[in-house]
Design a protein around this ligand. Structure first.
Ligand SMILES: Cc1ncc(COP(=O)(O)O)c(C=O)c1O
Length: 369
């Protein structure tokens, strides 16, 4: 059965910008400038402006953005990086792949890392804090930046889910020494495949990242450092330049949908909040509820897709075994893992579709509007 309310709608996205994307792709194919070049540079300039920083560096994906950020800062063997246990695996795997040790600190009810828990997780080996702005809501950056300053730690933002989000009027990606973005198809600003970007105000780091993403090549023939092949693909940059022009509209519509959900569902399930100093971009709309799995099955019977971000906390993943964590180590995160449900919030939903999701949820808990 076709979902009546799908979780994403790529055909609708393509329909809304088909002509401009085709023209942009055609330009690259005609010119044959497939590696770096004008489209990538144009995207980097626009993306830096969007994030309120001096520099943006396009890379192959959000995971590489994180790995390259650690490498550029010399974070590796013997070092620890503190992050949240309720994220996508890349928040932790990037730390491990850079050679360092992921250390988790529990989250608060806002799903983001709890600054007090960060403080307790710091050891003499800690080099950096990696807050994840989960769902498009920026982590509580004031106390995090204070801790980092006092303890002389780097802050690197995992901004994979938070393009365009604000905290006290400052854009995500502008708080840390670097911000790491994913531009994966499922993100609010999405390529037609894998893509990512790093933001920074540090010119020297920007130059280093540009080397690191391109084999360490200083010139065509001279290699300055061991680098990766992790350039932002030029075709993807061309697509992203088109999509960037629609981002305001995308975020505006997601915010309208989130407001509609919150009006209709706040007395039925726990809805995500937005404080006055926050500007949430609603990459995900995550409700917290009892009998979550039954609700998900009920929604599926009504043709409504939903997802769980994420059902297994990072410290309990098989790949984390050697880190020595156990069930019960992060009670808030573990409780959330059994209660969270991401309901559709993509920008192409109609109000009628949003209302049908609300109706199905109210019906499940037998609550009248
Ligand atoms: C929080 C978080 N960090 C990192 C990543 C990794 O990004 P990518 O899939 O572009 O490598 C993602 C992507 O899903 C993410 O959601």
């Amino acid at each position: 059965m076709n979902a009546r309310v799908s979780y994403v709608d790529f055909p609708a996205q393509h329909k809304s910008m088909r002509a401009e994307v085709r023209r942009a792709v055609d330009r690259v194919l005609t010119r044959g400038n497939f590696i770096l070049g004008e489209e990538v540079e144009a995207f980097e300039k626009r993306f830096a402006a969007l994030c309120g920083v001096q520099h943006a560096i396009g890379v192959a994906n959000g995971t590489d953005a994180l790995i390259l950020a650690f490498k550029a800062l010399g974070i590796g063997a013997g070092d620890e990086v503190i992050t949240a246990p309720n994220s996508f695996i890349a928040s932790a795997s990037s730390i491990a792949l850079a050679g360092a040790r992921p250390v988790f600190a529990d989250v608060g009810p806002d799903l983001n890392i709890d600054p007090e828990r960060i403080e307790r997780a710091i050891t003499p080996k800690t080099r950096a804090i990696l807050p994840v702005h989960l769902t498009g809501r920026v982590a509580d950056m004031d106390p995090i930046l204070k801790i980092a300053e006092r303890r002389r730690l780097y802050v690197i933002e995992d901004a994979a889910q938070s393009v365009g989000s604000l905290y006290r009027n400052r854009p995500s990606g502008s708080f840390g020494v670097m911000g790491c973005f994913s531009l994966h198809p499922l993100k609010n600003l999405n390529a037609a495949g894998d893509a990512g970007a790093i933001t920074t105000n540090d010119g020297a780091l920007c130059e280093k990242m540009k080397l690191l993403r391109n084999h360490g090549l200083r010139t065509r023939d001279e290699v300055a450092v061991w680098g990766l092949n992790s350039r932002l693909d030029t075709l993807q940059a061309a697509v992203l330049n088109c999509r960037l022009a629609h981002l305001d509209k995308t975020i505006r519509r997601r915010r309208q949908i989130a407001a509609r959900y919150r009006r209709a569902l706040s007395n039925v399930v726990e809805c995500p909040a937005e404080a006055p100093h926050e500007f949430h971009t609603w990459h995900l709309f995550v409700i917290q509820c009892d009998r979550r799995d039954e609700l998900q099955a009920h929604l599926a019977r009504h043709g409504i897709e939903s997802k769980i971000h994420y059902p297994i906390p990072l410290h309990l993943q098989p790949c984390s075994l050697a880190l020595g964590y156990h069930k019960g180590d992060f009670p808030v995160c573990e409780r959330l893992a059994g209660r969270i449900l991401s309901i559709p919030v993509h920008q192409y939903l109609t109000n009628a579709q949003v209302d049908s999701v609300c109706k199905a949820i109210r019906q499940f808990y037998k609550r009248k509007a």
